[in-house]
Ligand binder design. Sequence first.
Ligand SMILES: *Cc1c(COP(=O)(O)O)cnc(C)c1O
Length: 433
Amino acid sequence: MVSTAPLRTTRSEEIFSAAQHLMPGGVSSPVRAFKSVGGQPIVFDRVKGAYIWDVDNNQYIDYVGTWGPAICGHAHPEVLQALSSALEKGTSFGAPCYLENVLAEMVINAVPSIEMVRFVNSGTEACMAVLRLMRAFTGRDKIIKFEGNYHGHADMFLVKAGSGVATLGLPDSPGVPKSATQSTLTAPYNDPEAVKKLLEDNPGEIAGVILEPIVGNSGFVPPEPGFLEGLRELTREHDTLLVFDEVMTGFRIAYGGVQDKFGVTPDLTTLGKIIGGGLPVGAYGGRRDIMEMIAPAGPVYQAGTLSGNPLAMTAGIKTLEILQRPGTYEQLEASTKKLIDGLLSAARDTGHTVCGGNISGMFGLFFTEGPVRNYEDAKQADTTKFSRFHRGMLEEGVYLAPSQYEAGFTSLAHTDEDIEKTIAAARKVLADL
Ligand SMILES: *Cc1c(COP(=O)(O)O)cnc(C)c1O
Protein backbone atom coordinates (compact mmCIF):
# COMPACT_ATOMS: atom_id res chain seq x y z
CA MET A 1 0.00 0.00 0.00
CA VAL A 2 2.88 2.37 0.74
CA SER A 3 3.59 3.36 -2.84
CA THR A 4 6.59 5.04 -4.39
CA ALA A 5 4.91 6.17 -7.61
CA PRO A 6 3.01 9.45 -7.36
CA LEU A 7 -0.67 8.97 -6.75
CA ARG A 8 -2.68 8.66 -9.98
CA THR A 9 -6.02 10.37 -9.60
CA THR A 10 -7.05 11.08 -13.20
CA ARG A 11 -10.61 9.83 -12.83
CA SER A 12 -11.11 11.74 -9.54
CA GLU A 13 -9.95 14.92 -11.27
CA GLU A 14 -12.33 14.41 -14.21
CA ILE A 15 -15.31 13.76 -11.96
CA PHE A 16 -14.52 16.60 -9.59
CA SER A 17 -14.04 19.14 -12.35
CA ALA A 18 -17.38 18.11 -13.91
CA ALA A 19 -18.98 18.36 -10.44
CA GLN A 20 -17.91 21.99 -10.16
CA HIS A 21 -20.31 22.92 -12.95
CA LEU A 22 -23.13 20.98 -11.34
CA MET A 23 -22.89 21.75 -7.62
CA PRO A 24 -21.46 24.78 -5.79
CA GLY A 25 -17.77 24.04 -5.29
CA GLY A 26 -18.38 20.58 -6.70
CA VAL A 27 -19.57 19.16 -3.38
CA SER A 28 -22.60 18.59 -1.18
CA SER A 29 -20.77 19.77 1.98
CA PRO A 30 -17.90 22.32 2.01
CA VAL A 31 -15.01 20.59 3.80
CA ARG A 32 -15.04 17.81 1.18
CA ALA A 33 -13.62 20.24 -1.39
CA PHE A 34 -10.15 20.09 0.28
CA LYS A 35 -9.97 23.93 0.16
CA SER A 36 -7.95 24.18 3.35
CA VAL A 37 -5.38 21.55 2.40
CA GLY A 38 -5.19 22.38 -1.30
CA GLY A 39 -5.10 19.94 -4.17
CA GLN A 40 -7.99 18.04 -5.64
CA PRO A 41 -10.20 15.91 -3.44
CA ILE A 42 -10.34 12.23 -4.24
CA VAL A 43 -13.71 10.91 -5.37
CA PHE A 44 -14.76 7.76 -3.54
CA ASP A 45 -15.95 4.62 -5.23
CA ARG A 46 -16.45 2.21 -2.31
CA VAL A 47 -15.68 1.63 1.35
CA LYS A 48 -15.11 -1.49 3.46
CA GLY A 49 -13.85 -1.96 7.01
CA ALA A 50 -11.00 0.49 7.65
CA TYR A 51 -10.48 1.20 3.96
CA ILE A 52 -11.73 3.36 1.15
CA TRP A 53 -11.10 3.09 -2.56
CA ASP A 54 -11.21 6.02 -4.93
CA VAL A 55 -12.48 5.96 -8.51
CA ASP A 56 -8.90 5.38 -9.74
CA ASN A 57 -8.83 2.27 -7.54
CA ASN A 58 -6.30 3.63 -5.04
CA GLN A 59 -6.77 2.16 -1.56
CA TYR A 60 -6.43 4.24 1.61
CA ILE A 61 -6.60 3.59 5.34
CA ASP A 62 -9.45 5.84 6.44
CA TYR A 63 -9.41 8.02 9.58
CA VAL A 64 -12.53 10.00 8.78
CA GLY A 65 -15.05 7.16 8.85
CA THR A 66 -17.68 9.31 7.12
CA TRP A 67 -17.10 11.82 9.97
CA GLY A 68 -17.79 9.29 12.69
CA PRO A 69 -20.67 6.96 11.82
CA ALA A 70 -18.39 4.16 10.53
CA ILE A 71 -17.28 3.27 14.08
CA CYS A 72 -17.78 -0.48 13.49
CA GLY A 73 -15.94 -0.25 10.18
CA HIS A 74 -17.44 0.72 6.83
CA ALA A 75 -20.09 -1.53 5.29
CA HIS A 76 -20.10 -3.84 8.31
CA PRO A 77 -21.56 -7.17 7.11
CA GLU A 78 -24.12 -7.32 9.96
CA VAL A 79 -25.31 -3.78 9.25
CA LEU A 80 -25.62 -4.55 5.53
CA GLN A 81 -27.52 -7.76 6.31
CA ALA A 82 -29.92 -5.95 8.64
CA LEU A 83 -30.45 -3.25 6.03
CA SER A 84 -31.17 -5.70 3.25
CA SER A 85 -33.81 -7.45 5.38
CA ALA A 86 -35.36 -4.10 6.30
CA LEU A 87 -35.36 -3.05 2.66
CA GLU A 88 -37.77 -5.88 1.83
CA LYS A 89 -40.38 -4.15 3.98
CA GLY A 90 -40.02 -0.83 2.19
CA THR A 91 -37.93 2.31 2.42
CA SER A 92 -40.16 4.81 4.19
CA PHE A 93 -43.42 4.71 6.14
CA GLY A 94 -44.09 8.29 7.23
CA ALA A 95 -45.99 6.63 10.07
CA PRO A 96 -45.12 5.00 13.40
CA CYS A 97 -42.72 2.09 13.09
CA TYR A 98 -41.66 -0.42 15.77
CA LEU A 99 -37.98 0.13 15.00
CA GLU A 100 -38.28 3.65 16.44
CA ASN A 101 -39.21 2.15 19.82
CA VAL A 102 -36.22 -0.17 19.66
CA LEU A 103 -33.68 2.57 18.91
CA ALA A 104 -35.36 4.99 21.33
CA GLU A 105 -35.06 2.44 24.14
CA MET A 106 -31.43 1.79 23.31
CA VAL A 107 -30.66 5.52 23.37
CA ILE A 108 -32.60 6.10 26.61
CA ASN A 109 -30.85 3.17 28.30
CA ALA A 110 -27.44 4.36 27.14
CA VAL A 111 -27.38 8.12 27.59
CA PRO A 112 -27.79 9.27 31.22
CA SER A 113 -29.60 12.56 30.47
CA ILE A 114 -32.11 11.09 28.02
CA GLU A 115 -35.52 10.07 29.37
CA MET A 116 -37.35 10.72 26.08
CA VAL A 117 -36.04 11.17 22.56
CA ARG A 118 -37.20 12.64 19.22
CA PHE A 119 -35.61 11.39 15.98
CA VAL A 120 -34.74 13.78 13.15
CA ASN A 121 -32.57 13.44 10.03
CA SER A 122 -29.30 15.20 10.84
CA GLY A 123 -27.24 16.70 13.63
CA THR A 124 -28.08 20.17 12.32
CA GLU A 125 -31.77 19.47 12.67
CA ALA A 126 -31.30 18.11 16.19
CA CYS A 127 -29.44 21.25 17.29
CA MET A 128 -32.00 23.60 15.68
CA ALA A 129 -34.81 21.78 17.43
CA VAL A 130 -33.08 21.64 20.80
CA LEU A 131 -32.53 25.39 20.69
CA ARG A 132 -36.24 26.03 20.07
CA LEU A 133 -37.01 23.72 22.97
CA MET A 134 -34.51 25.45 25.29
CA ARG A 135 -36.15 28.77 24.52
CA ALA A 136 -39.68 27.48 24.86
CA PHE A 137 -39.03 25.73 28.16
CA THR A 138 -37.30 28.70 29.81
CA GLY A 139 -39.20 31.50 28.08
CA ARG A 140 -35.81 33.12 27.38
CA ASP A 141 -34.08 33.89 24.08
CA LYS A 142 -30.35 34.12 24.79
CA ILE A 143 -27.99 31.18 24.63
CA ILE A 144 -24.29 30.75 25.34
CA LYS A 145 -22.13 28.76 22.93
CA PHE A 146 -18.36 28.35 22.68
CA GLU A 147 -15.95 29.71 20.08
CA GLY A 148 -15.02 27.00 17.62
CA ASN A 149 -17.84 24.68 18.64
CA TYR A 150 -20.05 23.57 15.75
CA HIS A 151 -23.73 22.83 16.17
CA GLY A 152 -24.76 22.47 12.53
CA HIS A 153 -25.51 25.20 10.02
CA ALA A 154 -28.66 26.78 11.47
CA ASP A 155 -28.58 30.62 11.57
CA MET A 156 -28.50 30.95 15.35
CA PHE A 157 -25.32 28.88 15.66
CA LEU A 158 -23.26 30.50 12.92
CA VAL A 159 -21.34 32.65 15.33
CA LYS A 160 -17.74 31.62 15.80
CA ALA A 161 -18.68 28.16 14.59
CA GLY A 162 -15.89 25.64 14.06
CA SER A 163 -15.57 22.91 11.44
CA GLY A 164 -16.16 23.99 7.83
CA VAL A 165 -16.76 27.60 8.82
CA ALA A 166 -13.43 27.79 10.63
CA THR A 167 -11.77 25.91 7.82
CA LEU A 168 -12.83 28.44 5.21
CA GLY A 169 -12.08 31.38 7.46
CA LEU A 170 -15.59 32.72 6.90
CA PRO A 171 -16.49 35.14 9.69
CA ASP A 172 -20.22 34.69 10.06
CA SER A 173 -22.08 33.61 6.97
CA PRO A 174 -23.80 36.14 4.72
CA GLY A 175 -27.52 35.48 4.66
CA VAL A 176 -27.70 35.15 8.43
CA PRO A 177 -29.68 38.12 9.74
CA LYS A 178 -28.37 39.92 12.81
CA SER A 179 -31.68 39.20 14.46
CA ALA A 180 -30.90 35.47 14.28
CA THR A 181 -27.57 35.71 16.08
CA GLN A 182 -28.01 38.66 18.42
CA SER A 183 -29.17 36.30 21.14
CA THR A 184 -26.15 34.01 20.70
CA LEU A 185 -23.41 34.85 23.20
CA THR A 186 -20.00 33.21 22.89
CA ALA A 187 -17.28 32.29 25.35
CA PRO A 188 -13.84 30.70 24.90
CA TYR A 189 -13.84 26.94 25.52
CA ASN A 190 -12.40 25.74 28.85
CA ASP A 191 -13.10 29.16 30.40
CA PRO A 192 -15.78 28.82 33.10
CA GLU A 193 -15.08 32.37 34.34
CA ALA A 194 -16.18 33.79 30.97
CA VAL A 195 -19.41 31.80 31.19
CA LYS A 196 -19.97 32.96 34.75
CA LYS A 197 -19.59 36.56 33.65
CA LEU A 198 -22.06 36.15 30.78
CA LEU A 199 -24.58 34.57 33.15
CA GLU A 200 -24.14 37.37 35.68
CA ASP A 201 -24.34 40.11 33.06
CA ASN A 202 -27.58 38.69 31.64
CA PRO A 203 -29.57 37.70 34.73
CA GLY A 204 -32.71 35.71 34.00
CA GLU A 205 -32.12 36.00 30.26
CA ILE A 206 -30.10 32.91 29.33
CA ALA A 207 -32.08 29.89 28.10
CA GLY A 208 -29.05 27.65 28.32
CA VAL A 209 -25.45 26.78 27.60
CA ILE A 210 -24.71 24.45 24.67
CA LEU A 211 -21.34 22.85 23.98
CA GLU A 212 -19.39 19.99 22.49
CA PRO A 213 -18.37 18.23 25.73
CA ILE A 214 -15.23 17.12 23.88
CA VAL A 215 -14.57 19.38 20.93
CA GLY A 216 -14.04 17.84 17.51
CA ASN A 217 -14.80 20.85 15.37
CA SER A 218 -11.75 23.00 16.19
CA GLY A 219 -9.62 19.91 15.92
CA PHE A 220 -9.60 17.61 18.96
CA VAL A 221 -9.86 19.71 22.15
CA PRO A 222 -10.78 17.90 25.38
CA PRO A 223 -12.39 19.66 28.34
CA GLU A 224 -10.00 20.44 31.18
CA PRO A 225 -10.67 18.68 34.49
CA GLY A 226 -13.54 20.45 36.23
CA PHE A 227 -14.79 22.38 33.17
CA LEU A 228 -17.90 20.27 32.54
CA GLU A 229 -18.60 19.98 36.28
CA GLY A 230 -18.19 23.75 36.58
CA LEU A 231 -20.71 24.38 33.81
CA ARG A 232 -23.15 22.00 35.46
CA GLU A 233 -22.88 23.96 38.72
CA LEU A 234 -23.09 27.37 37.07
CA THR A 235 -26.15 26.46 35.01
CA ARG A 236 -27.86 25.07 38.13
CA GLU A 237 -27.06 28.20 40.13
CA HIS A 238 -28.45 30.42 37.39
CA ASP A 239 -31.45 28.18 36.80
CA THR A 240 -30.60 27.70 33.15
CA LEU A 241 -30.25 24.62 30.95
CA LEU A 242 -27.09 22.71 30.12
CA VAL A 243 -27.06 21.04 26.70
CA PHE A 244 -24.41 18.65 25.44
CA ASP A 245 -24.08 18.43 21.69
CA GLU A 246 -22.99 14.79 21.46
CA VAL A 247 -23.63 14.50 17.72
CA MET A 248 -19.97 13.55 17.33
CA THR A 249 -19.13 12.12 20.76
CA GLY A 250 -22.29 10.11 21.47
CA PHE A 251 -21.53 6.37 21.34
CA ARG A 252 -17.91 7.21 20.40
CA ILE A 253 -16.26 8.41 23.61
CA ALA A 254 -18.16 5.75 25.52
CA TYR A 255 -21.42 3.93 24.82
CA GLY A 256 -23.22 6.54 26.94
CA GLY A 257 -21.23 9.45 25.50
CA VAL A 258 -19.08 12.02 27.27
CA GLN A 259 -21.77 12.50 29.93
CA ASP A 260 -21.44 8.87 30.96
CA LYS A 261 -17.64 8.81 30.73
CA PHE A 262 -17.19 11.98 32.83
CA GLY A 263 -20.28 11.64 35.02
CA VAL A 264 -21.74 15.05 34.24
CA THR A 265 -25.42 14.92 33.25
CA PRO A 266 -26.82 17.76 31.13
CA ASP A 267 -30.54 18.58 30.85
CA LEU A 268 -30.70 17.94 27.10
CA THR A 269 -28.51 16.15 24.55
CA THR A 270 -28.26 16.11 20.78
CA LEU A 271 -27.11 13.05 18.86
CA GLY A 272 -26.41 12.14 15.24
CA LYS A 273 -23.69 10.46 13.20
CA ILE A 274 -23.21 7.04 14.93
CA ILE A 275 -26.88 6.55 15.85
CA GLY A 276 -27.68 6.40 12.13
CA GLY A 277 -24.98 3.81 11.43
CA GLY A 278 -24.16 5.64 8.18
CA LEU A 279 -27.71 6.63 7.25
CA PRO A 280 -29.10 10.11 7.89
CA VAL A 281 -30.26 10.36 11.51
CA GLY A 282 -30.16 12.91 14.28
CA ALA A 283 -31.91 12.95 17.65
CA TYR A 284 -32.44 15.11 20.66
CA GLY A 285 -33.56 14.09 24.08
CA GLY A 286 -33.38 14.79 27.77
CA ARG A 287 -35.49 15.33 30.83
CA ARG A 288 -39.05 14.11 30.42
CA ASP A 289 -40.58 17.36 31.69
CA ILE A 290 -38.72 19.28 28.99
CA MET A 291 -39.24 16.77 26.17
CA GLU A 292 -42.97 16.61 26.82
CA MET A 293 -43.17 20.17 25.50
CA ILE A 294 -42.53 18.81 21.97
CA ALA A 295 -45.54 18.49 19.66
CA PRO A 296 -47.85 16.64 19.69
CA ALA A 297 -47.33 16.06 23.45
CA GLY A 298 -46.86 19.80 23.88
CA PRO A 299 -46.88 23.08 21.95
CA VAL A 300 -43.30 23.23 20.55
CA TYR A 301 -43.56 22.41 16.85
CA GLN A 302 -41.01 20.16 15.14
CA ALA A 303 -41.69 17.57 12.43
CA GLY A 304 -40.09 15.52 9.63
CA THR A 305 -41.39 13.50 6.66
CA LEU A 306 -38.51 11.01 6.83
CA SER A 307 -37.88 11.15 10.58
CA GLY A 308 -37.68 7.71 12.21
CA ASN A 309 -37.09 6.19 8.78
CA PRO A 310 -37.02 2.36 9.01
CA LEU A 311 -33.72 1.93 7.14
CA ALA A 312 -32.00 4.60 9.23
CA MET A 313 -33.37 3.09 12.46
CA THR A 314 -32.16 -0.36 11.35
CA ALA A 315 -28.60 0.79 10.64
CA GLY A 316 -28.52 2.61 13.97
CA ILE A 317 -29.87 -0.32 15.97
CA LYS A 318 -27.39 -2.79 14.47
CA THR A 319 -24.48 -0.38 14.96
CA LEU A 320 -25.36 0.11 18.63
CA GLU A 321 -25.78 -3.67 19.07
CA ILE A 322 -22.24 -4.20 17.80
CA LEU A 323 -20.92 -1.43 20.06
CA GLN A 324 -22.52 -3.08 23.11
CA ARG A 325 -20.30 -6.15 22.76
CA PRO A 326 -17.60 -6.63 25.39
CA GLY A 327 -14.29 -4.94 24.76
CA THR A 328 -15.29 -2.58 21.96
CA TYR A 329 -14.40 0.67 23.71
CA GLU A 330 -11.24 -0.82 25.21
CA GLN A 331 -10.21 -1.79 21.67
CA LEU A 332 -10.95 1.71 20.33
CA GLU A 333 -8.99 3.32 23.15
CA ALA A 334 -5.99 1.02 22.71
CA SER A 335 -5.72 1.31 18.93
CA THR A 336 -6.30 5.06 18.90
CA LYS A 337 -3.77 5.65 21.68
CA LYS A 338 -1.23 3.57 19.80
CA LEU A 339 -1.93 5.64 16.68
CA ILE A 340 -1.64 9.08 18.25
CA ASP A 341 1.41 8.15 20.34
CA GLY A 342 3.07 6.85 17.18
CA LEU A 343 2.19 9.97 15.17
CA LEU A 344 3.43 12.31 17.91
CA SER A 345 6.73 10.41 18.26
CA ALA A 346 7.19 10.30 14.50
CA ALA A 347 6.70 14.07 14.36
CA ARG A 348 9.02 14.83 17.29
CA ASP A 349 11.71 12.45 16.04
CA THR A 350 11.70 14.25 12.70
CA GLY A 351 12.02 17.68 14.32
CA HIS A 352 8.43 18.95 14.28
CA THR A 353 6.63 20.71 17.09
CA VAL A 354 3.32 18.95 17.73
CA CYS A 355 0.74 18.29 20.38
CA GLY A 356 -2.27 16.05 20.39
CA GLY A 357 -4.11 13.24 22.07
CA ASN A 358 -7.10 10.95 22.02
CA ILE A 359 -10.06 9.86 24.07
CA SER A 360 -11.48 6.54 22.97
CA GLY A 361 -11.79 6.45 19.16
CA MET A 362 -11.39 10.19 18.63
CA PHE A 363 -8.00 11.87 18.18
CA GLY A 364 -6.24 14.95 16.95
CA LEU A 365 -2.85 16.46 16.31
CA PHE A 366 -1.82 20.11 15.92
CA PHE A 367 1.44 21.44 14.54
CA THR A 368 2.00 23.72 17.51
CA GLU A 369 3.56 23.34 20.93
CA GLY A 370 0.23 23.50 22.74
CA PRO A 371 -1.52 22.88 24.91
CA VAL A 372 -4.55 23.61 22.73
CA ARG A 373 -7.33 24.52 25.17
CA ASN A 374 -9.61 26.42 22.82
CA TYR A 375 -10.13 27.76 19.32
CA GLU A 376 -7.65 30.65 19.71
CA ASP A 377 -4.93 28.13 20.63
CA ALA A 378 -5.95 25.89 17.71
CA LYS A 379 -5.48 28.81 15.33
CA GLN A 380 -1.81 29.05 16.34
CA ALA A 381 -1.17 25.70 14.65
CA ASP A 382 0.81 25.63 11.40
CA THR A 383 -1.92 24.93 8.85
CA THR A 384 0.49 25.10 5.90
CA LYS A 385 2.48 22.27 7.42
CA PHE A 386 -0.74 20.38 8.06
CA SER A 387 -1.70 20.73 4.37
CA ARG A 388 1.62 19.28 3.25
CA PHE A 389 1.33 16.50 5.81
CA HIS A 390 -2.20 15.74 4.62
CA ARG A 391 -1.14 15.56 0.97
CA GLY A 392 1.88 13.43 1.81
CA MET A 393 -0.25 10.97 3.79
CA LEU A 394 -2.71 10.72 0.91
CA GLU A 395 0.19 9.83 -1.39
CA GLU A 396 1.13 7.13 1.12
CA GLY A 397 -2.36 5.65 1.20
CA VAL A 398 -3.73 7.28 4.35
CA TYR A 399 -6.89 9.39 4.29
CA LEU A 400 -6.99 12.02 7.05
CA ALA A 401 -9.65 14.69 7.53
CA PRO A 402 -8.84 17.46 5.03
CA SER A 403 -8.59 20.20 7.66
CA GLN A 404 -6.54 20.99 10.74
CA TYR A 405 -9.85 21.89 12.41
CA GLU A 406 -11.32 18.41 12.36
CA ALA A 407 -10.81 15.50 14.73
CA GLY A 408 -9.78 12.06 13.47
CA PHE A 409 -11.75 8.87 14.00
CA THR A 410 -10.79 5.23 14.25
CA SER A 411 -13.04 2.20 14.00
CA LEU A 412 -13.25 -1.36 15.29
CA ALA A 413 -12.00 -2.45 11.86
CA HIS A 414 -8.60 -0.73 12.19
CA THR A 415 -6.02 -3.44 12.91
CA ASP A 416 -2.63 -3.11 14.58
CA GLU A 417 -1.13 -3.53 11.13
CA ASP A 418 -3.17 -0.59 9.79
CA ILE A 419 -2.01 1.57 12.68
CA GLU A 420 1.63 0.53 12.21
CA LYS A 421 1.48 1.24 8.48
CA THR A 422 -0.02 4.65 9.21
CA ILE A 423 2.73 5.54 11.68
CA ALA A 424 5.42 4.35 9.23
CA ALA A 425 3.84 6.46 6.47
CA ALA A 426 3.74 9.49 8.78
CA ARG A 427 7.41 9.04 9.70
CA LYS A 428 8.32 9.05 6.02
CA VAL A 429 6.14 12.06 5.16
CA LEU A 430 7.24 14.08 8.19
CA ALA A 431 10.92 13.43 7.48
CA ASP A 432 10.45 15.11 4.09
CA LEU A 433 8.41 18.11 5.29
C1 LIG B 1 -21.50 16.92 12.69
C2 LIG B 1 -21.95 17.76 13.83
C3 LIG B 1 -23.16 18.47 13.79
C4 LIG B 1 -24.00 18.56 12.56
O1 LIG B 1 -24.50 17.32 12.15
P1 LIG B 1 -24.94 17.11 10.61
O2 LIG B 1 -25.49 15.72 10.61
O3 LIG B 1 -23.71 17.30 9.80
O4 LIG B 1 -25.97 18.15 10.32
C5 LIG B 1 -23.57 19.14 14.92
N1 LIG B 1 -22.83 19.12 16.04
C6 LIG B 1 -21.65 18.46 16.12
C7 LIG B 1 -20.89 18.46 17.41
C8 LIG B 1 -21.18 17.79 15.01
O5 LIG B 1 -19.99 17.18 15.08
